[in-house]
Design a protein around this ligand. Sequence first.
Ligand SMILES: [Zn+2]
Length: 101
Amino acid sequence: MDYCRAERESLMEGAQQLAEQRGHALTAFVRVEQGLSIFQCQCMHCGKTVVIDVNPDPGEKDMYGEALIIICIEFDGDQDDAKANDRAADESAPDWARART
Ligand SMILES: [Zn+2]
């Protein structure tokens, strides 16, 4: 039993991104049980898990787990890097400053 590798990796990536948006820092995915299509990893901060199923039964989700829903306890929401680049545009001389007759 082997599953499409690209599909598995894009699932893992998608799940990882979702969890990281919530502040989690995930370990690597490991196969839950040999022969199953289910992989699991967990957050190093809070222990919440992410589970992906690369071959879900009809009607089942292909990714689930608390880390996809709940925000990490370590998540501080600090995001003020964006304001740093605001003042650096005053240095260039305009064209008319060079006009001389
Ligand atoms: Zn976490």
